[in-house]
Design a protein around this ligand. Structure first.
Ligand code: ADP
Ligand code: MG
Length: 199
């Protein structure tokens, strides 16, 4: 079973990965965006770890809803409300249980990813974070490691796509040939989840 501490470790591991990879995320956001994805997420996840430490929510749902709210209020770019919605809706779906199982987490994450697609209007193949998140959630029934691998593969598969949503879509065909920064950070999020699970 996964307790509040597990979810706190997931968020801390995500913050560390974002810190480590911030330059790369911003570099990816340079040719097909405005070169701020790394700094956006750095600001957001630094604030997430700070508020989790301060308020110390004691349920999995509490950890994720607080983290999501914090991302929404601290990240100005498109990715803030989208990642914020992902975590907040996943947390809400987990409810107030003190511990949750992997199947419940997989189901809750599915709700969160659906909310991201509704908010941003992106479907798989549009060259966004959705291209990493959807395959990851599909693979989570198998294992955390499988979810991480699926997210990484999904992120890599955005390179040949033409962007149909977000800033990159303004470039039309010129968005082809670059990996999507948001799909790349979603792969970091899933890698951090596997790390928290010790996989
Ligand atoms: P901004 O585009 O406002 O500068 P960021 O650079 O932080 O925000 O994030 C860009 C990433 O957000 C993109 O690489 C993409 O994955 C994701 N994104 C942008 N718009 C959408 C959308 N409508 N639906 C899903 N993801 C999106
Ligand atoms: Mg940007």
């Amino acid at each position: 079973m996964l307790d509040a501490d597990f979810f706190r470790r997931w968020m801390t591991a995500t913050a560390a990965a974002v810190e480590r990879e911030a330059e790369r995320l911003t570099a990816l956001d340079s040719p097909i965006g405005d070169a701020d994805h790394g700094s956006n997420l750095q600001r957001g996840f630094t604030a997430v770890t700070a508020i989790l430490e301060k308020e110390a929510p004691d349920t999995p749902g509490g950890v994720l809803t607080l983290a999501g709210r914090q991302l929404i209020s601290t990240v100005g770019g498109a990715s803030g409300p989208l990642y914020g919605t992902l975590l907040r809706r996943t947390g809400k779906a987990l409810g107030e249980a003190p511990e949750v199982g992997v199947p419940e987490l997989a189901e809750a994450l599915r709700t969160g990813v659906d909310a991201v697609m509704q908010l941003g209007g992106a479907a798989p193949g549009d060259k966004t974070m959705v291209d990493a998140l959807v395959p990851a959630v599909d693979a989570l029934g198998e294992s955390f490691a499988a979810a991480r691998a699926a997210a990484e593969e999904g992120a890599g598969a955005t390179t040949p796509l033409q962007a149909r949503k977000g800033r990159a879509s303004y470039l039309g065909e010129r968005s082809i040939g670059h990996q999507d920064p948001g799909a790349t950070s979603s792969a970091l999020l899933m890698a951090a989840l596997a790390e928290a699970a010790g996989e």
